[in-house]
Design a protein around this ligand. Structure first.
Ligand code: HEM
Length: 470
């Protein structure tokens, strides 16, 4: 079967080619590496796993928008051309599959854990996903906005509680943002009207849950440099710490969700919607527990990057403060932050069939990694790509808007893209507006803060901010 796929310079062939034509495909470039370890040593020289995005970026600059690399035991095809990336999503099949973090696979296996959407596959995933799409991505989402607003009021209160000297900064920004991201999820689960009550009656559970979700992030990132299976078999303390943190977080989340499951009837909230759909209780608990975990790092760190960028751009703060009804500006600030600092800088797919992308043969089941850190900073699509310029996203600004969108995709696209996208966009824009309305954000970092990878894209050192009440 041969498919036509529209590329920016007209139609190029994208196909599941018959054997003969696959022979004629272009060779995918590859860096020179050693037989067993591939190019692992080059990655180590470039700064190891925390700098993987920069290492891959430099490979793209050397080898082009598609290359094959073997890093340790992992062999993958890396892609940074937006059209090629779209072609990958168009060929991901009915049940797209992605890479699951190894520590989680090992944990789920040892503990016989069945998990939520991110870990599901096949028909079970598709059926569940269709239902969740209806709740979280389609129709009138005003209820999500109301929930996010109620929870964000607590964030503002938390931020207000710090007083500063000339040189001091908010000491626990990351924890405050984790708590906020959990609060938003809880408000979505139980509804804006119920949130205050649940927040008070389950105060300790929620504080504990926010801390354990945050802890998982640290214990997972400690397993970044050693295969989790090996760490488990050797009984390393870093495995034990990871295992304990996950067990505590899963149990705390499950207990909490089980308790609130029937406290919220008749409300416009996620739990009621799921119960009305006759989803089994244990499935509801599985899905919600994983939503809470997935929301933690992603929105907390995205918000941290937004606040950092705002602190470095006081003029943009003033622009937003002077025109609070300018929803386009808030949207573009969030978009531009996610372009520069995508919390998930690599997207992954295993393609179910042999696929031909612009003459390159991608064999069935090979791991394809989309380098959105590189595409989002490609000068072909973004003038002065390292600069933070929210206005570049204005339709009349002169950029090729469609290509810019395709080069960014922080939430991925297609059937398996982020189910929390709307939630994230709503809460990030809302919190940005509310914070700027109330505070001046002042940077206390000397020099720039770099992005490093610790499972997700995080700041290389603490982001030091003062929030001065206006
Ligand atoms: C700025 C914030 C966020 C970013 C950048 C982000 C990014 C992503 C990306 C790139 C994927 C796709 C993974 C793939 O294609 O294989 C994904 C999947 C997912 N995200 Fe998010 N996410 C964010 C916030 C959230 C939130 C708030 C939630 C929960 C409400 C959430 C829940 C999920 C889940 C459950 C999946 C798996 C979906 C599936 O496999 O069907 N995410 N996210």
């Amino acid at each position: 079967m041969i498919r036509k796929f529209k590329f920016k310079h007209g139609f190029r062939q994208l196909s599941h080619l018959p054997r003969k034509s696959l022979h004629e495909s272009k060779e995918i470039p590859s860096p020179k590496g050693l037989p067993l370890v591939g190019t692992t040593l080059s990655l180590i020289a470039a700064g190891s796993a925390p700098k993987l995005h920069q290492y891959i970026d430099s490979r793209h600059k050397e080898l082009g928008p598609i290359f094959r690399d073997k890093i340790g035991p992992v062999s993958a095809i890396f892609i940074s051309d937006p059209d090629y990336m779209r072609a990958v999503f168009n060929n991901e099949g009915k049940h797209p599959t992605h890479v699951l973090p190894e520590p989680w696979i090992v944990y789920n296996k040892i503990h016989g854990c069945t998990r939520g959407l991110f870990f599901m596959n096949g028909e079970e995933w598709l059926e569940t996903r269709k239902k969740m799409n209806r709740f979280l991505l389609k129709g009138d989402l005003k209820w999500l906005e109301n929930a996010a607003k109620t929870a964000t009021d607590y964030l503002i209160e938390n931020i207000s509680n710090t007083t500063y000297t000339e040189t001091s900064y908010i000491p626990n920004l990351e924890s405050i943002l984790y708590k906020w991201s959990l609060d938003v999820m809880v408000a979505i689960l139980v509804g804006a009207k119920n949130f205050d009550r649940i927040q008070k009656s389950h105060h300790n559970d929620l504080e504990h849950l926010a801390k354990t979700v945050h802890l998982i992030f640290h214990t997972t990132s400690k397993l970044q440099l050693i295969p989790a299976n090996l760490a488990h078999h050797l009984g390393l303390s870093r495995w034990k710490m990871f295992e304990d943190s996950v067990t505590t977080a899963l149990n705390t989340a499950k207990n909490f969700v089980t308790q609130i499951l029937h406290e919220t009837a008749e409300e416009d909230c996620l739990i009621s919607k799921m119960l009305q759909e006759n989803l089994q209780e244990d499935l509801i608990i599985r899905i919600i527990t994983d939503l809470v975990l997935a929301a933690g790092d992603t929105t907390a760190y995205s918000m941290e990057w937004i606040l950092y960028l705002m602190s470095k751009h006081p003029k943009i703060q003033t622009q937003l403060y002077n025109d609070p009804s300018n929803t386009i500006l808030a949207k573009n600030i969030v978009r531009e932050s996610l372009r520069l600092y995508p919390v998930a800088p690599f997207l992954t797919r295993f393609l179910p069939e042999d696929t031909n992308i612009d003459g390159y043969k991608i064999p069935k089941n090979s791991l394809v990694i989309l380098s959105i850190y590189t595409s989002g900073r490609d000068p072909k699509y973004f003038e002065n790509p390292a600069e933070f310029q929210p206005d570049r996203w204005l339709r009349n600004h002169g950029g090729n808007f469609k290509q810019m969108i395709q080069a960014t995709m922080p939430f991925a696209i297609g059937a398996r893209s982020c189910i929390g996208r709307k939630i994230a966009e709503i809460q990030l824009q809302l919190a940005l507006n509310e914070i700027i309305r109330k505070f001046n954000i002042i940077s206390k970092n000397e020099g720039d803060v770099e992005m490093i990878l610790k499972m997700v894209a995080v700041p290389s050192k603490p982001v030091k901010l003062q929030f001065r009440e206006r």
